[in-house]
Design a protein around this ligand. Structure first.
Ligand SMILES: *[C@@H]1O[C@H](CO)[C@@H](O)[C@H](O)[C@H]1NC(C)=O
Ligand SMILES: *[C@@H]1O[C@H](CO)[C@@H](O)[C@H](O)[C@H]1NC(C)=O
Ligand SMILES: *[C@@H]1O[C@H](CO)[C@@H](O)[C@H](O)[C@H]1NC(C)=O
Ligand SMILES: *[C@@H]1O[C@H](CO)[C@@H](O)[C@H](O)[C@H]1NC(C)=O
Length: 523
């Protein structure tokens, strides 16, 4: 069942297939929940849940006593794993690579048949006693080596034992001859490498070797899947960083942070690149065709995180190619786009289409061109989260752009001005099922979102005609109001009777502002 993009919740009936042995739900991007009954599928040996939206796994998962292979890779929302693993006696392979949020429960050390725990891209398996897990390969451990203190000759042998390596202090190298025998690229076991500056200590002496000279000597091996460069003060990258497509053809995940260069290297043609984080590059003003590096760029890219780029103004999302008349989109398979603290950024000609779009303190983005309607796009935008943006300028331009996301199912808006002026066109969001509002105005035509099933309002001022809106929302199943001030009296007998179509109403700390208005607005 892999690539079934529309599944949200697995039907319970599937859990009665007790003898099912191999279930593949990989790339079911929308899958958010497994039923509690999942643990009934006792025959299951192979379970692939990679690249889903799962937030938690049911505790009953550990009833699957025959499970041998569990793939959770790239479940970027996954936070909760079951606490107890006593019954998973046969589990041999557990892949939690790129599950950035996951906390590994201690119970995992009971998995004594586990041959490999794959955790590419995770450095810090916090909260776990990994040292106790003697049956798990040592690949979890990430040794940290400080250039200042390291004796590269002897420590290098130690490094060769590991798959992960963190080299600290690349900005504080005083003796480049240390590198004479240090050939990082021969270290063929390495899959994860992090190069960082020493944040705490910096020698201001004159003998510091320039960053590009140091980085030039640190060409990683071709085996690398995960590479992070954190802190680089030079204005140009060394030669090999401009040829990553050939130097690191196996790269899956790339992070560039605190880099002073004014251009991004060409990254679009790295064949396996799935996830890219670009953070704190204050000198980058624009990203254009060079970044794509040729035609059909970023075919595998699913996750793009752009944050803290105060001067970034323009990012090209469509390129024209010489051999084809048609131009093409730069991120054809994006799953999750997160932009934060990029106040001047606009995507040109339009925002990339992706399942989950998160915008935080990046005001200009919604002033771009509305996207051209393309029914056939494989990744229609289903979820949008906006935090700390101005939505009220330019005659409602941003709100109109938001309204153009016809496939939107989930919208969360926090601390944004201007929602009160959202016009009747809000009704064009015909797929919207969940709306979460915090610290904002209530849209005047809220009642037009007829498809709404869940409405959650936190710390907002509720206008007196609000109950009328609720009456129009005939599909509403769940209402939450927390710490709000309301201009009407809640819940009187009449109101309650009229709102009987909402089975689940939750009100906490809702205070009544003024009794006098009540009579005018009462339903
Ligand atoms: C699940 O299906 C995907 C896509 O067809 C495939 O790449 C992957 O290897 C399968 N997983 C397992 C565990 O066989
Ligand atoms: C399945 O798991 C649940 C919770 O983890 C437990 O209460 C239950 O007894 C288990 N059932 C079987 C048949 O093992
Ligand atoms: C584990 O997941 C990562 C990331 O998707 C992948 O590169 C790797 O091949 C997987 N390993 C296994 C054994 O499934
Ligand atoms: C992505 O950006 C956010 C800022 O919104 C940051 O906090 C987060 O750590 C980044 N994610 C990754 C995987 O680096």
């Amino acid at each position: 069942m892999s690539n079934c993009h529309k599944i949200h919740i697995l039907p319970i009936s599937l859990c009665s297939l007790l003898h099912l042995e191999d279930l593949n739900l990989s790339c079911c991007y929308e899958l958010q929940e497994l039923p509690e009954e999942f643990g009934n599928i006792h025959g299951l040996r192979i379970l692939d849940l990679s690249c889903s939206q799962l937030f938690a796994l049911p505790e009953t998962l550990t009833n699957l006593t025959n499970l041998e292979h569990l793939n959770l890779a790239c479940c970027i929302s996954l936070e909760m794993m079951p606490g107890y693993y006593g019954c998973l006696k046969k589990l041999k392979v557990l892949n939690i690579s790129y599950c950035f949020k996951v906390r590994i429960p201690d119970g995992i050390s009971n998995l004594c048949d586990l041959k490999s725990l794959l955790a590419v891209g995770l450095y810090d398996l916090s909260g776990s006693n990994m040292d106790d897990v003697n049956c798990v390969s040592s690949s979890i451990h990430m040794p940290k080596i400080d250039f200042e203190e390291a004796n590269l000759d002897s420590d290098f042998d130690e490094m060769l034992k590991h798959k992960k390596l963190h080299l600290v202090g690349i900005d504080n190298v005083q003796n480049i001859y240390k590198f004479e025998k240090f050939a990082l690229h021969t270290h063929q076991r390495l899959n994860t490498l992090r190069l960082s500056t020493n944040y705490w200590y910096r020698d201001e002496g004159a003998n510091i070797v320039p960053g590009n000279v140091v980085l030039e000597k640190l060409i990683p091996p071709r085996t690398l899947e995960h590479f992070e460069l954190s802190g680089y003060d030079d204005s140009i990258f060394p030669e090999w960083m401009l040829k990553l497509t050939t130097i690191l053809p196996n790269l899956v995940h790339l992070v560039l942070t605190f880099v002073k260069c004014d251009h991004l290297p060409p990254l679009g043609q790295i064949p396996k690149l799935q996830s890219l984080v670009i953070e704190s590059l204050p000198n980058v003003k624009g990203v254009g065709e060079v970044f794509a590096g040729g035609s059909k760029p970023f075919l595998k890219l699913r996750y793009l995180n752009i944050s803290d780029m105060p001067n970034l103004e323009r990012w090209l999302t469509k390129i024209s190619t010489s051999d084809e008349v048609e131009s093409m989109y730069v991120f054809p398979n994006l799953h999750h786009l997160k932009v934060s603290q990029c106040p001047k950024l606009r995507f040109e000609p339009s925002l990339p289409e992706c399942f989950l779009l998160e915008i935080d303190a990046s005001d200009e983005i919604l002033l771009g061109q509305p996207k051209t309607p393309s029914q056939s796009h494989p990744m229609p935008t289903r979820r949008i989260k906006i935090d700390s943006c101005e939505l009220s300028s330019s005659g409602g331009y941003q709100l109109r752009l938001l309204t153009s996301f016809h496939s939107l199912k989930f919208l969360s808006i926090t601390t944004c001005d201007g929602l009160g002026s959202w016009g009747e066109n809000i009704g064009a969001l015909t797929s919207l099922e969940v709306l979460e509002l915090s610290f904002c105005d209530i849209p005047r035509f809220l009642g037009r979102i007829r498809s709404l099933r869940r409405l959650s309002i936190h710390m907002c001022h509720i206008p007196c005609d609000f109950p009328q809106h609720l009456l129009q929302l005939s599909l509403l199943r769940e209402l939450w109001m927390v710490r709000c001030e309301a201009d009407f009296s809640l819940p009187s007998e009449t109101t309650r009777a009229n709102l009987a179509h909402i089975p689940d109403i939750n009100l906490y700390f809702v205070s009544l502002l003024s009794i006098s208005v009540v009579s005018f607005c009462f339903i």
